[in-house]
Design a protein around this ligand. Structure first.
Ligand SMILES: *Cc1c(COP(=O)(O)O)cnc(C)c1O
Length: 222
């Protein structure tokens, strides 16, 4: 099992272009599985629940970079910001405000991505491009966050044309935000898109960060 995880990490690393960051999505998987991935050189891990991140953090080496990728409730922000390397899932102005104020109290600067909603599913969280642009008009108010890019998810479908088009929309939104808001700012550089089922399509469409769980760790047991 653990040998399998190591081989999958190595295979993915070989397959992905060098400039694409692999986030190993370890939610619902035990520390032994994370450790196997770490032993294969993996340092970026993605979690989607605050409590799980808090409990895994002390059990893993200190150089692990913890990515928060799930919907984040405002009352959980305070508990994760000391540990988190990048929050992918900023899906409202309210959440951004809370992250900024908790980061300020903790004297931290927190890295975040704005989550875009492009998928057809009603249930997926996220902002429209216009909402992002509106929020970013006031970016000076958020001095304790670094806005490093965008994140998005495609519809869960077999229709590759649909998935590709959604990834194109995410990339286009990133480019428009970059041009209008961060033309000189190198730190706005991340396009987080692509999961086990669709990462090849995402990479083709310009993803710089893929979030892969099942293809590394196997199915999750909820
Ligand atoms: C769980 C999750 C993933 C990983 O999904 P897999 O299909 O297991 O690769 C990626 N991104 C987000 C936001 C997730 O919640």
């Amino acid at each position: 099992m653990n040998i399998d995880i190591k081989n999958k990490i190595k295979k993915l690393r070989q397959e992905l272009p060098n400039e694409v960051t692999l986030v190993a999505v370890s939610k619902f998987h035990p520390i032994s599985s994370l450790q196997a991935a770490y032993d294969a050189g993996q340092i970026d891990f993605g979690e989607s629940r605050a409590q799980e991140l808090e409990s895994k953090f002390p059990q893993m080496p200190k150089d692990v970079r913890w990515h928060f990728i799930g919907h984040l409730q405002t009352n959980k922000v305070k508990s994760i910001i000391p540990y988190v390397y990048l929050i992918h899932s900023v899906d409202s102005l309210k959440l951004l405000k809370v992250i900024n104020s908790e980061a300020s109290k903790a004297q931290l600067k927190v890295n975040v991505l704005l989550e875009l909603h492009v998928a057809k599913e009603e249930t997926k969280y996220g902002l429209t491009l216009d909402e992002c642009l509106e929020i970013l008009k006031h970016k000076e108010d958020f001095s304790n966050v670094n806005i490093n890019g965008v994140m998005g998810m495609a519809t869960n479908t077999d229709d590759e044309v649909e998935i590709k088009n959604e990834f194109k929309l995410i990339h286009a939104a990133y480019s428009e935000i970059k041009e209008k808001i961060f033309p000189q700012d190198e730190s706005f550089s991340i396009i987080s898109m692509g999961m086990s089922g669709d990462y090849q399509l995402a990479v083709d469409e310009g993803s710089t960060m893929v979030r892969i769980g099942t293809s590394i760790f196997g199915p999750r047991e909820y």
